[in-house]
Design a protein around this ligand. Sequence first.
Ligand SMILES: NC(=O)C1=CN([C@@H]2O[C@H](COP(=O)(O)OP(=O)(O)OC[C@H]3O[C@@H](n4cnc5c(N)ncnc54)[C@H](O)[C@@H]3O)[C@@H](O)[C@H]2O)C=CC1
Ligand SMILES: O=C(CO)COP(=O)(O)O
Length: 332
Amino acid sequence: MFKSAAILGSGSFGTAIAKVVSSNLENIRIIGRDEDSIASINSKHQNPRYLKEIVLPENISATTDLSEALGHPLVIFAVPTSATRECAEALLAAGLAADVVLLSCAKGIEKDSGLRMSEILQGVFPENPIAVMSGPNHAEEMAVGQATCAVIGAKDSSLAGSLQDLFTLPYFRPYTSNDLAGIELGGAIKNIYAIAAGISHGLGLGDNAVAAMVTRALAEMTRLGTALGGQSETFSGLSGVGDLIVTCFSAHSRNHRVGLALGEGKTLDEAITSLGMVAEGVPNTLSIYEAARRAGVRTPIIDAVYSIIYKNKPAAVAMTELLTRDTRSECE
Ligand SMILES: NC(=O)C1=CN([C@@H]2O[C@H](COP(=O)(O)OP(=O)(O)OC[C@H]3O[C@@H](n4cnc5c(N)ncnc54)[C@H](O)[C@@H]3O)[C@@H](O)[C@H]2O)C=CC1
Ligand SMILES: O=C(CO)COP(=O)(O)O
């Protein structure tokens, strides 16, 4: 079905996704905003800022001109959550056709509105087919062909199947689902727990503590995610527990790295500045904390991370308070 695609975002994930789909497409156009990166992708086939070591195949080229997305049957959104609406509205103004498939890969919900990325895209493009993809998918590993799985969500099963065909490779195994809400919420909420795991590691807590936190995080993610419209089994899948595990334990995780720095006593500004990339868990902590309050769902781990990031509570104090709350039954 797809012969070419435009990818919005020339960061880590845009670059990695371009490399992955380059095996199954005739040409891929990365659309970024950093002139130097775009020039280097075109002349040297390498992105000088993200995944610098990766040599990109010749069928990948890049531009800063968003209107160049218009000629492709598929547009993949690999920009941060905060940029999705702005990019979608710019595409609308440029005149994107109503039959172009839009695939969102961002892991977050919109600040204030609490909307998921697919809801934003559907609001801007009511006629276009919309899909999402998520899972344990660190760009650094995908770009070098290390094996993983993902889940592709679309209401229309034939669209999900077409995207599954596009992404199927010996090292990349996509599953399909019709639960867009569950897929997107798992990917957004787990970022906060990756920060919590990093904080725990930074504070010097042991393996038992981190395993316990991640287990309770899954219960909390499922409780909140189902209240916000996801199906409970999706949180036990690749975009739920799969992504939770990888980001809570992988050194690649930017969210984990921010948490580690906070646990070691650095300020949030220091943690973000030294990272130099997007850590969606920081804005997500606020947007998801607010969504949980609106939904009336109990979220003690999210609340603890919120108090550290947004209320300047010392990490050690927040973690002690988390452990010394009133006790309860495991399955409440
Ligand atoms: N890096 C990873 O392993 C994965 C990332 N994701 C998700 O993909 C999204 C993008 O993340 P990364 O590529 O990793 O971030 P990154 O920090 O590596 O790159 C972000 C890119 O977005 C661009 N950008 C930022 N604001 C923009 C705007 N307003 N308009 C146009 N471009 C803008 C930046 O210039 C940069 O090129 C996030 O939601 C992330 O959660 C999903 C799966 C894996
Ligand atoms: O979502 C990811 C891997 O699946 C990337 O996680 P980080 O944003 O924490 O690096």
